[in-house]
Unconditional design. Sequence first.
Length: 253
Amino acid sequence: MRGNCGEYTPPHEGKSDDTQENAIDRQLDESELIEKTGSIQTQNAKHLIHCLTVIGQVEGHYVLSSQNKTTKYEHIIPALVAIEQDRSIEGLIIILNTVGGDVEAGLAIAELIAGMKTPTVSLVVGGGHSIGVPLSVSARKSYIVPSASMTIHPVRMNGMMLGVPQSLSYIDRIQDRIIDFVTRQSRISEEQLRKLMTNTEELATDVGSVVSGEQAVEMGLIDHLGSLSDAIEGLYALIENGEPRYPDAANES
């Protein structure tokens, strides 16, 4: 029907453009969030989950070259705090493809993930090398794709060292911390982990071992062999079968 005051516009037509504009704005916001922090929150899903990526080199106390693809721990740590306190987020999936990096920064991130009440799942794609190993096992459930690999080696230090005996003692203590964390968070034994670290027959210019995805599962380092759908199903299972994140939430008005 037309009136005398102008052309009639159906109500849904006026909302369509606005909805499209909002969708575009959301996509731009999500793209910016991924670019800055390597994370995104999934809204339209069975459960509201957050995806966090650890890619390239873990950047710690020193800024790396702009040519390096890095994961900055000053971005990851606040993101983990926000995820843990956000009651709308039901689970966290961490996707890793990292060559390693700053040992203390990587171990700090791993400890924070391990201490979260939010259900967490990790998925290794490509590689989970060096300090990527404790990051890979920090979640409640860990997955690795068959084509991925993990490099396990002792802690190394670059540059000139002053006070060599003291520096070596410090490195040994850091290595013990990493071994303790990995064995607590996985089913691999300390003896087997140390043996992999000190292997001299596999790497041409280094000490250590490279294990495939299947080998990582067989030795108990990673829980499951699988891909993205398996990791998401595992996270959903943790959300649905685990204890309530906030036991008193049901009593809140």
